[in-house]
Design a protein around this ligand. Structure first.
Ligand code: GLY
Ligand code: MN
Ligand code: MN
Length: 518
């Protein structure tokens, strides 16, 4: 059974911690009730967390009285819409009260608020959280009962920040299904290279293409295969719109148009010219390019979030420039993961990625060193790091919390005042942290993504076109790579981390599969 009670108790405890001190003291001496309530439309994450119920238009009343044992005295009442005969021809019926009591940890008795209770609700006036209809609240609440939306959502986010074994299993399953879907796309690309997938005679003209006859020659075909693979394994929804970006479109972080052909000729960042008529000609070859797929499905309402960047054209192998950038991103990810353990501050991981990027760019010659012609100490690693120029290539955060939502528990992830950075962490440049969604010390049980990337986006490069740290001739050679991101989901353990993403990302394996050799 879904562990709703454990989630409710964890949330209540967080809520009590958040109450202002006078209320905390008062409540310790004068037992009274706290009543969080919610309403789900479809799969509202906080509601699901407390109930395990994804039946639309349900709501939940939880009663807790201070001074009693939370575990013993907690009461939960789940209101699921009654079965209407007229609805049965349109929809599958919701569970009956008896079925619901077996499925969800809810008590059947009718509850009312304790006198003097405070009624805690999700934020009012937000489109994300429907308001409880007065017909329900009138049943429960005494007139003029104090109600507040100040504490429940932050308490829920704090409770959801660390995951229990059941949550980790759901995230693990979502990641395993998504991992296989990424591998399916890579293997079909590889079979296309080998010529072992060909269009059947007449396919596409006299009859539709069947599974097994699809080549992947456009972003949409890659997305369709990814989603089909997740669906056939039972996942109902994607956790977010898939990002499937070929060629230099990979430099757009949240590109989700997914509607372009692969590049068969010169291609610009927003090139609409690579239409069908350019493809499939005997004398035309796919340009060497990357295909970046950032996609993950849900399992039991829990998200996955995986990015793989794969070679297309060039026989399924990266160009030397793309391979160099891919290996540098992989190094950023490997070093980040090796540093993961409870107590480390996420800012330190962000800084580590920038430092690794700077060192790597100096090795590749994209950034100058003090020994470059006409250079000096202003091109020392530390000086380049402090200048912030690396943000033009790695503009986003190295990861975020993940759970019921792909960008999970934002209010608990990023304190307004960030004065908790670990000792010994030097800040580098403030631009490193502008889009960081997580700014905390890691704790055991947190689930986070580790997703470094390197991009060559004309928009991001514009402000650094005259940077004295960059060798602009060398940079030109790399711009056609577009972008590389590699993203895995990990759970922080007692002494390190466990990677929940199972699809491999090492360069030789990715090239082996995408070229059809493996
Ligand atoms: N898929 C969005 C992200 O990686 O944050
Ligand atoms: Mn992602
Ligand atoms: Mn992500």
């Amino acid at each position: 059974m879904y562990p709703a009670q454990a989630h409710v108790i964890k949330t209540f405890n967080k809520l009590i911690e958040l109450l202002p001190p006078p209320d905390q003291t008062k409540e310790r001496h004068r037992p009274r009730a706290e009543l969080p309530a919610g309403l789900t439309d479809f799969h509202e994450s906080n509601f699901y967390y407390l109930s395990g119920c994804a039946v639309p238009s349900s709501y939940l009343l939880l009663t807790f009285q201070h001074g009693t044992s939370l575990a013993e005295r907690l009461l939960a009442q789940l209101f699921i819409p009654k079965i209407e005969l007229a609805d049965l021809m349109w929809s599958v019926p919701p569970p009956t009260a008896e079925e619901a009591s077996k499925l969800y940890q809810a008590t059947p008795e009718q509850m009312k608020a304790y006198p003097g209770a405070t009624f805690h609700v999700l934020p009012k006036g937000s489109p994300l959280f429907p308001i409880l209809p007065a017909q329900y609240t009138a049943l429960i609440l005494p007139p003029h009962a104090p109600a507040t939306d100040e504490y429940l959502l932050p308490a829920l986010h704090r409770a959801r920040l660390t995951k229990d074994a059941g949550e980790i299993e759901a995230i693990r399953k979502a990641n395993a299904i998504s991992s296989r879907a990424h591998e399916v796309v890579m293997r079909v690309l590889g079979r296309g290279v080998r010529g072992t997938i060909t269009r059947g005679k007449g396919a596409g003209a006299d009859r539709p293409l069947l599974p097994g006859e699809w080549l992947i020659e456009k972003e949409a075909e890659a997305e369709a295969l990814f989603v089909a693979s997740c669906r056939r394994e039972g996942s109902v929804h994607q956790a977010y719109l898939p990002i499937v970006a070929a060629s230099t479109r990979a430099s757009t972080l949240h590109y989700c148009c997914n509607d372009r052909e692969f590049a068969w000729g010169p291609v610009g960042a927003h090139d609409h010219q690579n239409g069908d008529h350019l493809a499939h000609g005997a004398d035309r070859q796919l340009n060497p390019q990357v295909l970046l797929i950032d996609a993950g499905c849900e399992w039991d309402c829990h998200a996955s979030d995986i990015t793989r960047t794969m070679p297309v054209g060039n026989g399924g192998k990266f160009t030397p420039e793309a391979r160099a950038i891919y290996e540098l991103v992989l190094e950023m990810q490997r070093l980040s993961m090796e540093a993961l353990k409870p107590g480390i501050h996420w800012d330190a991981i962000q800084l580590l990625c920038h430092r690794t990027l700077v060192q790597g760019f100096q090795r590749l010659g994209i950034f100058k060193t003090p020994n470059s012609p006409g250079s000096g100490s202003w091109n020392a690693e530390e000086a380049i790091l402090v200048s912030g120029v690396s943000t033009a290539f790695f503009p986003h955060g190295v990861g975020h919390s993940l759970g019921l939502d792909v960008h999970d528990v934002p209010s608990a992830s990023k304190p307004e005042r960030n004065d908790t950075i670990g000792k010994g962490v030097e800040l580098g440049h403030e631009s490193f942290y502008a889009y960081l969604r997580l700014r905390l010390h890691l704790e055991e049980g947190m689930v986070v993504t580790v997703e470094p990337g390197i991009y060559f986006s004309p928009h991001l490069l514009a402000p650094v076109r005259d940077s004295k740290h960059i060798d602009h001739e060398v940079l030109k050679r790399y711009e056609a790579v577009g972008g590389v991101r590699i993203e895995d989901v990990v759970v922080v353990t007692q002494d390190g981390y466990e990677n929940l993403t199972t699809v491999r990302s090492d360069t030789d394996w990715v090239e082996g599969v995408c070229s059809g050799a493996l």
